[in-house]
Design a binder for this molecule. Structure first.
Ligand SMILES: Nc1ncnc2c1ncn2[C@@H]1O[C@H](COP(=O)(O)OP(=O)(O)O)[C@@H](O)[C@H]1O
Ligand SMILES: [Mg+2]
Length: 280
């Protein structure tokens, strides 16, 4: 078992894929974020940094403030203090729509898809396309055919979902396929960042693996991913770096090659001090 003093936190090239190094530019970042709920300080001067080309896992004990941090980044709550940056520019989000418009797509644990709608309609939910000409402009008819063709292409691009019929209702899909639709939504609209909150929590082994593969595919296609997860094997399987959140703050950033799972959990619970030099 390694200790913080004998680990090399600057080793990135032991990953099977091309992990980004510390020269990769930051896409989404935050400094000194504070979010209080009455007397509870859920986020206590937290820093955050997601780099181009990476899967950044965010882990931490229950109540550490992970969800509150993600809510600040995705516009669901407005932080009391601190700065959020997107592509190097300071941004403020009053609500989730503003964050989404800026390119931050969040896939919540309870998926923001409508089960009874078909796949194409789900992909275009809130961004429906109308038919060309008078049928669309006056009669407000939706371009179902065009949306289905595009939906099929987006899902095909991601290479994980072979859905025969884009008119199939989402409620007939498995949990993993629903995740895929939600991620495809994010990927389809030129988002800069995808944030996924516990995407594999409700899935079986096979489906989890598909979703993990999907997350890697999204990353490999150039969109960095924030993965909030309790599942250490999943985190170690796909993360390039691991942000450990503790007591409302970022305790440190490690990598799957710099630390064992056991030490990672020990840092998370406070049993082990964070390393002096980390991967942040
Ligand atoms: N809406 C809220 N009102 C009051 N307290 C909250 C609210 N949301 C979170 N908290 C508190 O903030 C702390 C961090 O919670 P949360 O961000 O959900 O942590 P995590 O996602 O890591 O489990 C907890 O003490 C929690 O009880
Ligand atoms: Mg949470």
């Amino acid at each position: 078992m390694s200790t913080p003093s004998d680990t090399d936190s600057h080793v990135y090239d032991r990953h099977p894929h091309q992990a980004p190094d510390d020269r990769a530019p930051e896409v989404l970042g935050a400094t000194g974020l504070v979010k209080r709920y009455g007397r509870v300080t859920a986020v206590d001067h937290a820093d955050f940094s997601l780099r181009q080309g990476e899967i950044l896992a965010v882990i931490g004990d229950n109540g550490a403030g992970k969800t509150s941090l993600i809510k600040c980044l995705s516009g669901a709550v407005v932080p009391d203090e601190g700065e959020i940056r997107l592509d190097g520019k300071t941004v403020t989000f009053e609500n989730p729509l503003e964050a989404r418009a800026a390119g931050i797509e969040t896939v919540h644990q309870t998926l923001a898809v409508s089960p009874s709608l078909d796949i194409a309609s789900n992909l275009f939910l809130g961004r429906e396309r109308r038919k060309q000409g008078i049928l669309g402009s006056v009669f407000r008819q939706l371009d179902h055919k065009g949306m289905r063709a595009d939906a099929a292409r987006h899902l095909d691009d991601l290479g994980v979902l072979t859905v025969q019929n884009m008119g199939q209702a989402v409620e007939t899909l498995s949990g993993g396929q629903r995740q895929a639709v939600a991620v495809a939504r994010a990927a389809a609209f030129g988002s800069r960042v995808v944030i996924m909150d516990e995407p594999t929590a409700a899935l079986g082994v096979k489906e989890s693996n598909r979703v993990l593969k999907l997350i890697e595919d999204v990353r490999d296609q150039g969109m960095p991913v924030v993965l909030i997860s309790h599942n250490m094997p999943h985190v170690f399987q796909v993360a390039d770096r691991i942000h450990i959140h503790r007591l409302g703050q970022r305790a440190c950033v490690i990598t799957p090659s710099s630390h064992s799972m056991q030490d990672t959990v020990a840092i998370m619970t406070g049993a082990l001090d964070p390393p002096e030099h980390d991967a942040s």
